[in-house]
Design a protein around this ligand. Structure first.
Ligand code: IMP
Ligand code: MG
Length: 186
């Protein structure tokens, strides 16, 4: 058996949120969503690729309502810092008009991604639109936004695991760990 302390990547700092804590919190969010969407026959989870895939697969199996899933792929223009400009690399396939959409992302940092995608989706006339994110670095927000279903607030660390990556590495970790940026750059 793998021990959580045997890090498969050399650049990890420490585990901030364990697999068990995530499991517990995702279950709570699913209970809340199941409750909130009792009256909806058209619930859609719309995940942002690729960071949201692990949350999506866990969350969808815990929601006790009929639902449909779709995905979009988006990226911020240029540089490592998120800019206000978000490019749609791949759009969702199912038209969302009339659907109760929950937009699912891995983490909110500046908030530009969620804000930009939300505005785009609202123009496509969903019946409702709410936001779900596993993590939120509240101290780094640059825009006003409301997260309806949030896993955890975290301090301003760069984190990987449970779908989140650093240069495409670390998505497979079952927990959320901080990246030791000095070790990473070496
Ligand atoms: P925002 O547009 O600044 O809110 O950026 C959100 C996106 O940046 C997320 O969907 C992630 O892809 C990425 N991101 C921000 N912080 C982290 C982090 O600590 N680890 C991994 N990805 C992050
Ligand atoms: Mg992302």
């Amino acid at each position: 058996m793998n021990n959580e302390n045997d890090f498969p990547y050399e650049f990890l700092g420490k585990i901030l949120i364990s697999a068990a804590q995530i499991e517990q919190r995702v279950s709570e969010l699913a209970v809340q969503i199941t409750h909130d969407y009792q009256a909806s026959e058209k619930l859609m989870l719309l995940g942002l690729l690729r960071g949201s895939v692990v949350l999506m697969t866990d969350l969808m199996r815990k929601i006790n309502r009929p639902l449909t899933i779709d995905f979009m792929s988006v990226s911020s223009y240029a540089g490592s810092e998120s800019s206000g400009f978000v490019r749609i690399d791949s759009d969702h396939k199912i038209p969302i008009q009339g659907w109760d959409v929950i937009l699912v992302d891995d983490i909110i940092d500046t908030g530009y991604t969620i804000q930009t995608v939300s505005k785009l989706l609202i123009n496509r006339n969903p019946r409702s639109l709410r936001i779900c994110a596993l993590l939120d670095k509240v101290a780094r927000h640059r825009v006003e936004l409301h997260v309806d279903y949030l896993g955890f607030e975290i301090p301003d660390y760069f984190v990987v695991g449970y779908g989140l990556d650093i240069d495409e590495k670390g998505r497979n970790l079952p927990y959320i760990a901080s990246v030791d940026l000095e070790k990473y750059r070496r």
